[in-house]
Design a protein around this ligand. Structure first.
Ligand code: ZN
Length: 277
């Protein structure tokens, strides 16, 4: 068999949470010294910082802030909590604007105290409430469907078809979808739904990692690319056939990798990105 061609790093973006033990300042220096061009910033990495200056620091090091992670968590059986969620999403939009990114990823949320349909309706209402703020700030909102194992508390949106339905219903240039291979690789309709989001012009982000078998923890045992069973290159080919030309974002939550020397881990990410993405 012919070896697969190696990627260069032009489109590689890394989520700050992937190297969680590093501060945003350490991540910036290390990513840029390795030739990484993109970063997605998790909001916890901004705690105690001047966000505008942090954005400037990233740009000075040649890093584009691909998105801010994350907004969402709209549903709750309690109206006061739904209002808090809308306020928090407004803050996320301000933070994205100050940081200098035009995209927020939404982990939409769910409340096990109520039916999924109620949560879905509240997600729609929540997005519609903050959409004018997003437009005013020039920030788009990407609905990220999550694997159904998270349907109890993290997201009532579990397939790309549901995310596409919601984006079509909202019908705004400021709302689209994010495709994360970890959440969606198992879906027999994935190729069709990726093409649908491409045709709608709503395919805003592409996240990669791998599904380890067995997976030991539902949240923090994601694999490096090539370590599991996700056909990443095939899914990437669908995403590109749908017209997506943006960054390819490595997003790994892993207690195992967070315990390692993060410089060694970063080199592994780069090697495996070249080989398997
Ligand atoms: Zn993701």
């Amino acid at each position: 068999m012919m070896p697969e061609p190696l990627n260069n790093l032009e489109r590689l973006c890394i989520h700050s949470i992937t190297t969680k033990p590093w501060t945003i300042e350490e991540a910036t220096i290390n990513y840029s010294s390795k030739g990484v061009h993109g970063i997605t910033v998790w909001r916890d990495a901004l705690t105690g910082r001047n966000i505008r200056q942090t954005g400037e620091m990233l740009r000075r090091h040649g890093l584009k802030t691909v998105s801010l992670c994350r907004g969402g968590f709209f549903p709750s059986a309690e109206p006061a909590k739904r209002k808090q969620a809308v306020d928090d999403n407004r803050r996320a939009i301000e933070e994205a604007f100050e940081l200098g990114t035009n995209l927020i990823v939404l982990v939409c949320g769910a409340d096990p105290a109520q039916p999924l349909d109620d949560s879905r309706k509240q997600i729609q209402d929540g997005i519609l409430s903050v959409l004018p703020d997003a437009e005013a700030a020039g920030v788009r909102l990407a609905i990220e469907p999550l694997h159904p194992m998270y349907a109890d508390t993290r997201s009532a949106i579990n397939t790309l078809a549901q995310a596409n339905d919601l984006a079509e219903l909202i019908n705004s240039p400021w709302a689209g979808v994010a495709v994360d291979v970890y959440h969606l690789w198992w879906d027999p309709n994935l190729e069709k739904e990726i093409i649908r989001s491409g045709n709608n012009g709503t395919l805003l982000a592409f996240h990669v990692c791998d599904w380890k078998s067995p997976t030991m923890d539902m949240l923090n045992d994601r694999g490096l690319m090539g370590e599991g069973c996700i056909p990443i290159r095939k899914i990437r080919s669908w995403v590109e056939a749908a017209g997506f030309k943006g960054f390819i974002e490595v997003e790994i939550f892993s207690d195992r990798y967070w315990k390692q020397d993060q410089s060694v881990f970063l080199q592994d990410i780069i090697t495996r990105y070249k080989q398997y993405v």
